[in-house]
Design a protein around this ligand. Structure first.
Ligand code: 8YV
Length: 320
């Protein structure tokens, strides 16, 4: 980075762990890092007033308390497309700019959505466990599962990732429908007016909508019941979008067939009840987790930082 940028970088604060490429560059720039635990308060009392830019991740974010301790904060650079861990209302009210990392992770997250769907519906992980337990060798037969090709798939949130999922599923002759807050122009997929309507006419619902207050609990008990006992739920968005208790209840009662979940309400904690279902695929939030994509996200974070330090604008700003 240019020397002028490096000088301005004195006001940069790293909040939470970040990709090694980002951490390396922040160290080179002489950025500070918010200490973990009780030392954070002391650090903020002494240094908070000097911080102008925070670099954080979707898993950590900047909550209202931290924002209040940073009176000169001008920008939050978020590693991740989702920024629901950051208090966007407080950022908007304060005029703090925010960037995220859209597009570069779309393909990898869509891959995991489709992979999760196939895994849950055909029972790949369950079949793997069956073989490892020696049940096949002992003469057992893995149960017949459901056909993926030609399924009716409802996509909840037809943004970049939802569209990438839909495009992939066209290759499986899926009959695709979607629900989004607004109808999407230029697509031929059927529009459902509500999540329940989407679920009622689908064999699987794939959740690709952003997290945050507006979508909390969108996949409710009612939506799960509409999906029905032969229906599957795939969530690669945010755990908050699904009512997890309702999901456990629906799975326990056989009111839905199964699920593939990459995200959870209280990550990295996964409800113990979910561990007991062979029909549920549990993933540790790996949607964007490839070398290629995480490096691309890191580079986009650094481009946002550099541009902000240079001219006060962002490459991929979030419209707050
Ligand atoms: C990241 C994600 O793992 O981009 C997102 O919103 O959920 C994932 O790609 C996460 O944000 C990194 O903290």
């Amino acid at each position: 980075m240019a020397t002028s940028s490096a000088r301005a970088a004195n006001g940069v604060l790293q909040v939470g762990p970040l990709h090694p490429t980002v951490e390396r560059e922040l160290t080179t720039l002489g950025a500070r890092r918010l200490p973990d635990g009780p030392d954070a308060a002391q650090f903020l009392a002494a240094q908070g007033e000097h911080v102008t830019v925070v670099v954080t991740s979707g898993g950590t974010g900047v909550d209202a308390g931290l924002m209040a301790a940073l009176p000169k904060l001008a920008a939050i650079i978020n590693f991740g497309v989702g920024y629901d861990a950051t208090d966007v209302d407080a950022a908007r009210a304060r005029g703090v700019a925010l960037s995220n990392t859209p597009d570069v992770l779309t393909d990898c997250v869509a891959d995991i959505a489709v992979g999760g769907l196939i895994d849950a519906v055909r029972g790949l992980s369950a079949a793997d466990r069956f073989v490892r337990r020696g049940e096949w060798a002992d003469g057992g037969r893995f149960p017949l599962m459901t056909r993926v090709t030609g399924m009716r798939v409802g996509i909840l949130g037809l943004g970049r990732i939802g569209l990438a999922v839909a495009r992939r599923l066209e290759g499986f002759d899926a009959r695709i429908s979607y629900h989004s807050r607004n109808q999407v122009a230029g697509v031929s997929y059927a529009y459902a007016a509500t999540p329940a309507e989407l679920a009622r006419d689908a064999d699987a619902v794939i959740v690709t909508t952003p997290g945050g207050a507006a979508t909390r609990g969108l996949v409710s008990a009612e939506v799960l019941d509409a999906l029905g006992p032969r229906g599957y739920l795939v969530n690669v968005a945010r755990g908050s979008v699904v009512d997890e208790q309702a999901l456990v209840a629906a799975l326990s009662a056989g009111r839905i067939a199964g699920a593939a979940l990459d995200v959870f309400e209280a990550e990295p904690q996964v409800p113990a009840a979910l561990m007991d279902f062979d029909s549920v695929v549990l993933l540790p939030h790996i949607g964007s987790g490839t070398h290629e994509t995480r490096e691309a996200m890191a580079q986009l974070v650094l481009r946002n930082l550099q541009q902000f330090l240079t001219d006060g604008t962002l490459v991929t700003p979030v419209r707050l």
